[in-house]
Write a protein that binds this ligand. Structure first.
Ligand code: FAD
Ligand code: UDP
Length: 368
């Protein structure tokens, strides 16, 4: 008999939910992570009494009551509502696109005025029946003015390629509404765990053995010998030694600064939407938790090309990469001992709620 039922590669949210459910089902799990901390990209570190979202702003939001109830079993959430600002050529705009934004853009005061203005803006793009790329989708959705001031620069920096070469679905994520409501998300439930995301991860992993600074690929044979089955949550192309080619990812560089001011920008998230500003956003972490500390910590997010050794933060789900991924996914189906899950192994732009739901679905498949 092997020492463990499961070797879980990756202590991110997917691996942690899986490990918790495995333990509850009476299974023995070993969780490993190549990083020196648990939690994957939702990990927080502390500086000057402020919790820093070490890998970019993370706001939990969901419409799925079962997922919300599940995470609330492990951590209490505050009532944080994400309402980012956008800065373009020195002027500030509310996001997502709503009546406040339309007023700031064009001085329109009523929904009827705003709708008329947007209809005029969209007019030139009515002929686009099925948007073939992000630029067409954005123009069809909101016209040239919003596209130029709030979308094009941000998007091209974020993804490192022209918007005409990006899939339309990325921009469908942005809500668009005719009320004065700056809540970025439409979901019924939203918040940040009180005390940070580490509390959630620690509670999920309570009672499970976790080995950090342990890269699966460095110790593959000895680790595989320890467990009957493996759950892999890292990059799927790396797992199969790139046999169908490399998948593209987009990376980020985070520049954290501790400032001797109480309140730097008055909001947790300010996006910089012009192409001549090299970063996409500045995060002021204390505002996620209504912090009253005397100083502040901010983070500049600089999008970067992905190279081995950097963080593979975003999958690039265009036709080319999805085609490669499908070959890996088919190959993965044939692996009897190995399960694949999470944002990297599924090559998907999954939010935290999707990640929890997918992990729970995999658990149901394993044990019911
Ligand atoms: P990860 O967190 O990537 O965990 C995978 C783990 O596997 C990592 O710890 C990694 O070190 C480990 N690993 C990989 N390879 C190996 C190996 N060979 N050996 C050992 N360990 C390995 N979601 C939201 O809901 N709201 C948000 O506001 C939000 N903002 C985001 C902002 C950014 C910049 C990013 C990148 C993502 C954001 N997300 C957000 C998505 C969220 O981060 C994911 O849904 C979630 O963290 C995915 O968890 P995971 O376990 O699948 O992956
Ligand atoms: N986006 C934009 N302007 C903004 C914010 C977002 O054009 O000020 C676009 C951009 O293409 C981005 C997409 O909307 O990739 C999704 O944004 P979201 O904030 O959901 O991205 P995430 O938090 O996942 O990086």
């Amino acid at each position: 008999m092997k020492r463990y039922d499961y070797l879980v590669v990756g202590s991110g949210l997917f691996g942690a939910v899986f490990a918790h459910e495995a333990l509850s089902a009476g299974k023995r799990c070993l969780v490993i992570d190549k990083r020196s901390h648990r939690g994957g990209n939702i990990y927080c570190e502390e500086k000057a009494g402020i919790r820093i979202h070490a890998y970019g702003a993370h706001i939990f939001h969901t419409d799925d009551k079962a997922v919300w109830d599940y995470v609330n079993r492990f951590a209490e959430f505050n009532r944080y509502t994400n309402s980012p600002m956008a800065c373009y050529e020195g002027k500030l705009y509310n996001l997502p696109f709503n009546m406040n934004t339309f007023y700031q853009l064009w001085g329109v005061r009523t929904p009827a005025e705003a709708q008329a203005k947007i209809a005029e803006e969209r007019g030139a793009y009515e002929h686009i029946a099925r948007p073939a790329n992000l630029e067409e989708q954005a123009l069809k959705l909101c016209g040239r003015d919003i596209y130029t001031r709030l979308i094009k620069g941000y998007t091209e920096k974020q993804w490192g390629r022209p918007a005409t070469e990006l899939p339309a679905f990325i921009i469908r994520r942005l809500p668009f509404r005719f009320v004065f409501d700056n809540n970025y998300f439409n979901d019924a439930y939203q918040g940040i765990p009180k005390g940070g995301y580490n509390r959630l991860i620690d509670a999920l992993l309570e009672g499970t053995e976790v080995r950090l600074d342990t890269d699966y690929f460095r110790h593959r044979n000895e680790l595989e010998a320890l467990a009957d089955k493996i759950l892999f949550t890292g990059c799927i192309d790396e797992f199969f030694d790139y046999r169908f080619g490399h998948l593209d990812y987009r990376s980020l560089r985070f520049e954290h600064r501790h400032l001797d001011v109480e309140n730097f920008q008055g909001n947790a998230v300010v996006n910089y939407t012009a192409s001549d500003v090299p970063y996409t956003r500045i995060i002021e972490h204390k505002h996620f938790e209504y912090g009253t500390q005397p100083t502040t910590v901010i983070t500049y997010e600089y999008p970067e090309n992905y190279l081995p050794g950097k963080g593979p933060y975003y999958p690039v789900n265009d036709t080319h990469n999805n085609g490669i991924y499908r070959q890996y996914a088919e190959w993965a189906e044939r692996q009897e001992r190995i399960l694949f899950g999470g944002r990297l192994a599924r090559y998907t732009y999954a939010d935290m709620d999707d990640t929890v739901a997918a992990a729970l679905a995999l658990c149901r498949k394993q044990w019911s």
